[in-house]
Design a protein around this ligand. Sequence first.
Ligand code: HEM
Length: 343
Amino acid sequence: MGLVNVRIIAQQYSSNMARKLMFGSRYFGKGSPDGGPGDEEVEHADSLSIILAYVYAFCITDYFPWLRWITDLDGHEKIIRKAILTARKYQDHIIDERFQQWKDGVKTKQDDLLDVFINLKNPLNIYEIKSQILDLIVATFDNVSNNIEWAMAEMINEPKILYKAIHELDKVVGKERLVQESDLQNLNYIKACVKEAFRLHPVAPFNLPHVTTADSNVAGYFIPKGSHVIVSRLGLGRNHMVWDDALTFNPKRHMNNDKEVVLTDNNLHTFLFSTGRRGCPGMLLGSTITTMLLARLVQGFTWELPSNEQHVDLKENLHDLAKARPLSVIAKPRLALHLYNTS
Ligand code: HEM
C-alpha cells in the first residue's frame, strides 16, 4: 500500500456500512475492478456530503419562510434537491423492487433494514420508507468519517498516543487475527481516542436547530415558545471551564481506571450524540462502527507522513470544522498478508 487519502476511505467505509445495513450490499453495482467503490458509490457518497453540508448551512428562508414564495433566495434549495435526486437515483429503485418481491411472495425472509421497514406491524407507505432510508444513510455518513480522519491526524502527530493505541490492540487482540466487534469492549484506549476526537473536532460548529414547543427556563434563562435553539458544540467540547488544557488532544482524560469507556455523554460535556428525546437513536451503532474503523486502521497498518512533511497540518476549514486538507499518509501492512484477504 502507499499514500492513502484517509478522508476518502473513511467516507467510503461509512457509506458502505450504511448501504449494507439498508440494502444488504456494500455496492449498488459491482464496485471497481480493484475491489473498491465504483463510480456509482462515489457519486452516492458525494451526494450525501452535499446534503449534509446544506443541512447545517445558514439559510435565510428558515427565518423568513414567506420569502420562499419569491425565489430560492440563497440557492440552497436547488443544490440540495439535486443532491437528494442523485442519492435517490441509486436507492429508490432498490426499494421499489424489494416492495414488489415481498408483494409477489418471492421474498419471505428479512435480511436487512429495508425488509424490516417493509414488514413493520404498523406499516409505512413506500414514500415514507424511502425518506426514512435516506435519513438513516445520511445520519450514518459524516460523523464517522470526520471523526476517524481527525483521530488519525492527531494520533500521527503524537507518536506516543499512536504507540499506546497499537500496544493496546496487540495486547487485547494480538497480530494473528483482525480485531472483531466482540473485542471493542476491551479497547478502552481506542475508544478514548475516538471520544477525544469527537470532543475536539465535532462534525459541525452547531447542533441542528430545534424549536421550543413551550416557554421554558434553562439555567436561569427564559426561552420563549417558538425560539430556535442552536447549541454550540465547540462551546461544550472546547470549554476551558470544563476541560483542562481543552485544545490538546489527550485521550487519557476519558480513561477511568478499569471502567469501560463509553462514547455517550448525557451530561453534555461534549455534544457527541446529544441527549434526551431528540438525541441520536443510532448511538450504539455509531459508536461501534466508528471504534471498529479506528481499531482496524491502527491494528492493520503502520502510518507515516510523506517524507516532505514534518507533521500533519491540523488547520480546519473556514466554513465548517472538517480538516482543511484531507489527511494523506503512507500506510504499510503490519499483519500477515492473508489477513487482508476479506473476499
Ligand atoms: C458516531 C456516529 C454518530 C454520531 C456522533 C451521531 C450524532 C447525532 C447527533 C448529535 C444528533 C442530533 C441530536 C439532536 O439534534 O439533539 C443525531 C441525530 C440522529 N441520528 Fe445520529 N449520530 C451518529 C450515528 C448515527 C447512526 C449510525 C444512525 C442510524 C443509522 C443515526 C441516526 C440518527 C437519527 C435518525 C437522528 C435524528 C433524531 C431526531 O431528530 O429525532 N445516527 N445523531
